[in-house]
Design a protein around this ligand. Sequence first.
Ligand SMILES: Nc1nc2c(ncn2[C@@H]2O[C@H](COP(=O)(O)OP(=O)(O)O)[C@@H](O)[C@H]2O)c(=O)[nH]1
Ligand SMILES: [Mg+2]
Length: 344
Amino acid sequence: MTQASFPDPQLLAVRILKGERAAVASGLNLLDNALPQARVCAAQLLAALSSGQWLTSGHVIGVTGPPGAGKSSLLSSLIREWRQAGKKVAVLAVDPSSRPESGGGALLGDRIRIKTSTADEGLFIRSLASRNQLGGVATEVWPMSWLLLSCFDIVVVETVGVGQTEIDVAEISDTVCYVAQPASGDTIQYLKSGIMEIPDVFAVNKSDLGGAAQKTAAEIGRSGSRPDRQEGWHYPVCLVSATHHTGIPALIDHLAQHRHFLDSAGLLEQLRFKHQSGWVMRLLKEEFGSFGMQLAGGRSSINERLNSHRLNPFGEYEKTRHQILSRFSPADSSELFIKKEETL
Ligand SMILES: Nc1nc2c(ncn2[C@@H]2O[C@H](COP(=O)(O)OP(=O)(O)O)[C@@H](O)[C@H]2O)c(=O)[nH]1
Ligand SMILES: [Mg+2]
């Protein structure tokens, strides 16, 4: 691929901010491209998008839970409701179980297309299922969710719950919604595992199946103390049925209330900053390892710099990258050697 095949980041940012679908799609492709030139271009694009009120705008919702619990079906109901209320919605579906070749049924996009107009400009769905990814959601998906936040009111990340993914999705979402399967061993395991600490809102789906859903909801409600949780938040457990479309407005209400709670408690900006700095740290660590991080002054120094440039984490990422690369250059090798000696 040549340099000329990358879009101009400034022009692309303008088009994305206007909500042009083609521009949003090509922005996501750029973020998904691992070529070094694309990475530079992507950082410029994200920096150009950073000037808005991104630390407090929109709502990033992580939807997680065991395969088959009804996450995609529920999302389809939620989307219908949000669209009727005039909210613009984007979905990143990171669910390997919904890959067509795995026989996991229709992709979310196909489901939605049945129920909504294909020409709906206020709805954008990108399936990331084909990458066969079970974990590691946060590094790749965070910048994508962030790009979508610049032009949609609600950004949903759907992940299949397999332990680590709940933690990952919590690292990129304002609100984590766990979709429980009634009377399932998965939910019981989940209750025992401590991962229960992570969701902010619980949705027990398939309430149309009767008593089992009520029982599961009661079990979740009773599920012990939650020491690390946000003080003042009541952790609602909602009974819903995606197929019968019941309980959906109440669930929507609880999700919105959680966002409102974060905002009014001054936690939203804090949380998003934590997500952005976490992403930069993971990326730098993946690229350069602990020694590279040391060359950039160490974790706390990088974090301090990120903190003072909250509106431009991508610019800071690029700067830190260059700083590390220049330390690796031959001209600097003697100094590098001395530094290395000092840290021993
Ligand atoms: N009875 C009932 N079945 C449901 C409901 N929601 C989803 N399902 C079914 O559960 C299965 C898995 O749904 P899906 O949305 O693909 O689950 P996901 O793997 O969590 O995304 C499908 O056969 C759905 O038709 C519900 O509210 N009630
Ligand atoms: Mg699904």
